[in-house]
Design a protein around this ligand. Structure first.
Ligand SMILES: Nc1nc2c(ncn2[C@@H]2O[C@H](COP(=O)(O)OP(=O)(O)O)[C@@H](O)[C@H]2O)c(=O)[nH]1
Ligand SMILES: [Mg+2]
Length: 369
């Protein structure tokens, strides 16, 4: 188990103190003029440590970068390229095409059982002469892939509660903080009052990274120093959010602590503490998964689900990866809603999960000849 944990966290222990604050690349957004820090008193009942809040004054919402299509974002991924080249190399309907399709899907981490089922169904239909040509088979594949994803395409509704509390969990490096930054931007653009809580207190850089996203988007960030009790930061943030009539509170958490059990305990505690302030909170436990980790994602979800009661997923880094098939494997294995997917590093690249756009981004449009 310990070995597995090392594997999924995927980074050497030694790198941790030196890790720089990742500054999210958003070249089209000019740096905020005056990132006037506005210190705010902690809510009265907040626990011992004094919360520090930073908020930038303005500068958000300037020139919007062009939002690129799913196909543009996904066509460069290894998965899409492999699918396209498969149909180019096998323009005719035969068993070889299906054998290679099977290999391609398994290589992309769709999962052996799901792939086998899908390919054998296509094979049976092909032998019954249901498909006139490879285009017809491509259509059937498209439909089958979309059908696998449709049940998990359940967008997150954040309007029902005030504040709506999102607890974001997942192993180190998967894109939690980046996703929170992108969500802050999205909800703010929807004219909601957003607040962030820097619950990853394990690494100093994590707090700075969240504060930078907050400053960039004029969204307040509740933070305490490195090493502070994560549950206390989040507790404090929820009380402050309630007092200020915030619409959406998004809490970041650590993806790695000294031990795996320690992390799971901390996350469970954070969740419990939120429940003390608002019995219905958190309203969403959003688990972020790195789409390039392949089948490993399955064991990660199982573990976080058991410890924190995950209610929704975000799959990041689907741009560029050859292993994006894990989205299908996750859908089949857990049936948990996939709320968003990450198709790149800028704020616009976090998309509400859309199975049709996703599958169309992966498959070749139409075969010629
Ligand atoms: N290409 C790509 N990179 C991403 C995406 N989401 C996050 N990243 C990058 O992944 C790295 C780790 O992200 P971070 O948010 O710090 O992960 P955390 O440790 O889970 O908080 C950063 O360099 C991000 O820019 C995505 O959708 N696509
Ligand atoms: Mg982080």
């Amino acid at each position: 188990m310990q070995k597995f944990w090392k594997k999924i966290t995927g980074r050497g222990e030694s790198e941790q103190p030196a890790e720089p604050a990742t500054s999210p690349p958003e070249p089209s957004e000019p740096a905020t003029a005056a990132a006037a820090a506005e210190p705010v008193k902690a809510a009265p009942a907040a626990q011992q440590a004094q919360a520090v809040e930073t908020v930038a004054s303005s500068g958000a919402g300037s020139a919007q970068p062009v939002k690129r299509s799913w196909r543009e974002r996904l066509s460069g991924s290894g998965f899409a390229r492999n699918l396209t080249s498969l149909f180019v190399r096998h323009p005719r309907l035969d068993d070889e095409l299906l054998d290679e399709l099977e290999t391609t899907l398994i290589t992309a981490d769709v999962g052996i059982a799901a792939t086998h089922e899908l390919v054998e169904d296509l094979r049976r239909r092909m032998h019954k002469r249901e498909f006139a040509d490879a285009n017809a088979l491509l259509d059937a594949l498209r439909t089958a892939l979309i059908t696998m994803l449709q049940p998990v395409a359940q967008p997150l509704q954040v309007s029902g509660r005030k504040p709506f509390v999102l607890l974001v969990v997942g192993v180190n490096g998967v894109g939690k903080t980046t996703t929170i930054g992108k969500l802050a931007r999205r909800y703010r653009d929807e004219h909601r009052h957003v607040m962030l809580a820097a619950g990853d207190t394990f690494r100093a850089a994590a707090v700075a990274q969240l504060q930078e996203w907050g400053a960039r988007n004029s969204v307040p960030v509740i933070a305490q120093g490195q090493g502070a009790d994560s549950a206390s930061v989040v507790f404090d943030a929820l009380q402050t959010a309630q007092a200020r009539g915030i619409d959406v509170l998004i809490a970041d958490t650590a993806g790695r602590l000294h031990t795996q059990a320690g992390l799971m305990n901390e996350l469970a505690k954070v969740k419990r503490v939120l429940g003390k302030v608002d019995a219905s909170a958190p309203h969403e436990v959003l688990m972020v998964i790195d789409g390039t980790t392949g089948q490993n994602a399955i064991s990660q979800v199982r573990q976080f689900r058991d410890a924190t009661g995950v209610t929704g997923l975000v799959v990041t880094k689907l741009d560029g990866t050859a292993r994006g098939g894990v989205v299908f494997a996750l859908a089949r294995e857990f049936g948990l809603p996939i709320r968003y997917v990450g198709l790149g590093e800028s704020a616009q690249d976090l998309r509400t999960f859309d199975p049709v756009a996703f599958v169309d981004g992966l498959l070749p449009a139409r075969l010629t000849g």
